[in-house]
Structure formats: C-alpha cells, structure tokens
Design a protein around this ligand. Structure first.
Ligand code: OGA
Ligand code: MN
Length: 297
C-alpha cells in the first residue's frame, strides 16, 4: 500500500494513511514519514490499534526511546518506555499510575537538558466528546515577529523549571520534591535552529520561568507575550481525537495543550512514547550529578 499524506490545517498537521503500523515498515517508508513529519510538524496515523510493544517498535525507528527513568510514576511497569496519559489513576500490572493533565502550552521535557524530539501519543480510551489537543507552529510564530523582536529574542536564554508543570499542584509534596531533584532548572536558547529543517522557531512554553540576566518579574510579561503570540489561531491546529489515532509531533518546533473540554468523570487514556533529543541545554547551577545530565535520576 502506498503511503498517502493529506494536510489537516494550514498552520501544521497532516494525516498519513495507507500504512499498517503493526507491520515492520521499510526504511524507505520510515524516510518518507520522517520527511512528512519535518514538513508538517504533527502527523496523525488513524486506525492504529497498537499494543505497547508495537508502538515502541515503530517509534524507535526514529531515534532513541526515552525510558522515562526520570518520571517513573507515569510509566507502564512492564514497558517503562511507554507512559500512560490518563485523567484518572489507572492500574496496570498492580501499579497505580499518576494522572497527567497537560492543560498548559508546553513542549515535552523542555525542563530537561535533553528535551524531547518526537512524542507519539496513541488514543486508547476517549470521552464521548471533546478532550482535544492543540498544537502551535513555533516557526510561524517566530517568522511573524518584527525583525527587531527577532533580533532581541535571538539573544535570550530561558530558564525552564519542572515545578511549573501544569499538574504540579496535584502532586504530593514527596512527588514535588522528587520532580525537583530529578530535574534541576535548565537553560535553553529562546530561539532554536531546527537541525533538520534549518528553520528558526520560538522555544517558550509553560515551563519557562525567566530569562538569564532578567528577574522573574521582568521576564514574565515577555514570556506571556511569546506564549500568547505563538498560540494565535493562525498558528494552531486543534486535533479532535478518534479512537486509535497515533499522533507524532515535533517538539523542536511546536507547543501543545490538552484542552479540558470534556466530561472529566469519563476516562481519557492515551499511551505515549518519547524520543530523547541530543543534549541541547545546560543546567542553571553548576555541579549537578552526572545522572541528571541526561535527564535521568
Ligand atoms: C503529552 C501531552 C496532551 C494530551 O502526552 O505530552 O501533553 O492531550 N498530552 O493529553
Ligand atoms: Mn506534553
């Protein structure tokens, strides 16, 4: 079957059909998918009812799978490479998994020196209606800045802090302390050059606390500007999930947001794999333990 690509929105997003991802894909198909992903930022593969191992097999064709050692409370006990994203505690193999509600614009693992390249999210159980995910195109957001603001943004470095996670307030004090210990604040450039597209994009999001050389109070209005500007309607695609949709997005040039527009008494459960990025940031404070340098602990 030939792979078919259909754009989902002007801002970003494409649907990829004609593939059964339970089957091993040829190197040529993987190369075509990779190109479509770089071009469209978010890909949707509908109708892919993959188990955890099948999802891992497909995702690992694109890079090194994160074993999520630094965030064990969301992992399947049998396959730590698979995170469960659920709005209620679910029990798998006797382990009760932590809830994950990502209702803040962010890029995955931006609070790590090895933030994520790709994330792959597969819908397993959806509420009858709603529970969409929005994605913003950070290239378009950068391109739309004035040349003066682009030049200024190019000079900025941002501090990303895990304690600004959307659901941090829902964690126990012990889990909050563990998250801080595993992820001391890191520094990333506010404008990133994408290694594969060669385009510049804004790297902001909900974990951004302040800019190096500026106080939090001074930084806040500009952080809010970057996040609001980048998520204007014209830069955003909103995905209405169907059962067995597998989404693959590029964290290097997008942000995303889980919209809480559904009946929260209903279960919403998805399964995620994440790919490690090369080390691109640094720790804010010197002298972090070696284990933290890969985002693990
Ligand atoms: C994630 C995430 C969005 C959603 O898994 O990283 O942000 O809609 N999920 O649940
Ligand atoms: Mn996320």
């Amino acid at each position: 079957m030939a792979l078919k690509i259909r754009k989902l929105a002007f801002a970003l997003g494409a649907e990829v059909t004609g593939l059964d991802l339970k089957q091993k894909q040829s190197d040529d198909a993987i190369a075509q998918i990779r190109q479509a992903w770089v071009d469209n930022l978010v890909l949707c593969f509908p109708g892919q009812d993959l188990g955890p191992q099948e999802q891992m097999a497909f995702c690992s064709r694109f890079g090194e799978l994160d074993d999520h050692r630094s965030r064990p409370h969301w992992n399947r006990p049998d396959f730590p490479e698979v995170n469960i994203v659920a709005n209620k505690p679910v029990v798998i193999g006797g382990k009760t998994l932590q809830v994950l509600i990502a209702d803040k614009w962010h890029t995955d693992m931006s609070f790590s020196v090895r933030s994520a390249t790709a994330s792959f999210l597969l819908s397993k159980t959806l509420p009858p209606i709603g529970g969409d995910t929005m994605f913003a195109n950070m290239y378009r957001a950068y391109d739309a800045l004035s040349p003066s603001m682009q030049a200024f943004a190019d000079t900025l470095e941002g501090v990303h802090d895990v304690s600004l996670a959307p659901d941090f307030h829902r964690y126990t004090p012990e889990l909050q302390a563990e998250r801080r210990r595993n992820h001391p604040p890191v520094v990333h450039k506010v404008v990133r050059l994408h290694a594969e597209s060669g385009r510049k994009g804004i790297f902001a999001g909900g974990f951004l606390r302040n800019f190096i050389g500026y106080t939090e109070q001074e930084s806040r209005p500009l952080i809010d500007f970057f996040n609001t500007h980048s998520t204007a309607y014209e830069f955003v695609y909103r995905h209405a999930w169907k059962q067995d949709d597998l989404l693959m997005w590029d964290n290097r040039c997008t942000m995303h947001f889980a919209v809480q527009d559904y009946d929260c008494s209903q279960l919403r459960q998805l399964q995620r794999c994440t790919l490690f990025a090369p080390v691109s940031g640094r720790f804010l404070d010197a002298g972090q333990p070696a284990a933290a340098s890969t985002g693990m602990a």
